[in-house]
Write a new protein. Structure first.
Length: 263
């Protein structure tokens, strides 16, 4: 008796779709990246300000820790999730159609959860007081911090847009450029606003330690700044063509190329 072939239907479960699996991987990568970024950066703040370890990291050291942490996480996870680690970046990318709108809520949840977990870890490891508080709160007025957050977030998003959305940029150096931008931003805004540039970075410590001073400035400021930064870069984006093609089509470059070379 001949055997009747049996057609085995592939599993049509929720996680069987490659698209769903990739989306889950992206969200997990955002959670992991945000966790280590917030843990490393905030830990340097605690170590520099806590009574027993005061001054061991120094303020320039804190700036470098934030910048290096971003660079490390970008090179580790950008190929998986895009390495946002920041709701303001995610929302801005989605508004400019560089990121699927349907993933925005999941990315934001992962980023906020990563910040909360990192803050909780630091809370368990150290005795946190007013001096060693690792969240962000205004050193002056909330308006002053709000303006600083807009400016620094604008610069950050301007650089992120340049290295991640323009194919004429040198993509391999993108992580270094973003990390250096974070370092500069923390140098100039750290003593004033804490240089958050990231609603998730502020939300985690605020929730764990119940400190909400000027909280609105650290949510609205980065969002406004990120939108301004992306808008500014898009205004100067000439074309998506490579630089050599722009040169051959530009009258200025044609005139320059027709002149005799003195080399």
């Amino acid at each position: 008796m001949a055997e009747v072939p049996v057609n085995i239907e592939p599993d049509s479960g929720f996680c069987s779709s490659p698209e769903v699996v990739q989306a889950i991987q992206k969200v997990i990568a955002e959670l992991i990246g945000t966790y280590f970024l917030i843990f490393a950066g905030c830990c340097s703040v605690v170590l520099n300000n806590a009574e027993k370890t005061k001054g061991t990291v120094t303020f320039p050291g804190v700036c470098l820790v934030w910048g290096f942490s971003v660079t490390i996480m970008v090179y580790s996870l950008a190929h998986v999730s895009g390495a946002h680690f920041n709701p303001a970046v995610t929302i801005t990318f989605a508004l400019y159609r560089h990121f699927p709108l349907k993933l925005v809520p999941f990315y934001i949840i992962a980023q906020v959860l990563g910040s909360i977990l990192a803050s909780g870890t630091l809370y368990l490891l150290f005795e946190i007081d007013d001096n060693s508080y690792f969240g962000t709160k205004p050193a002056g007025t909330p308006i002053q911090s709000f303006i600083f957050e807009i400016i620094t977030s604008c610069l950050l998003m301007f650089v992120v847009s340049a290295v991640s959305t323009d194919n004429r940029a040198i993509g391999k150096l993108g992580g270094i450029a973003v990390g250096m931008t974070i370092t500069v931003d923390v140098f100039i805004a750290g003593p004033v606003s804490g240089a958050s540039m990231n609603p998730a970075r502020t939300f985690g410590p605020a929730l764990v330690l119940h400190v909400y001073s000027g909280f609105w400035a650290y949510v609205v400021g980065p969002l406004v700044g990120a939108l301004l930064g992306a808008t500014c870069y898009n205004l100067i984006r000439y074309t998506d063509k490579p630089l050599r093609e722009i040169g051959t089509s530009s009258k200025i470059f044609k005139i320059a190329s027709s002149r005799p070379s003195f080399r």
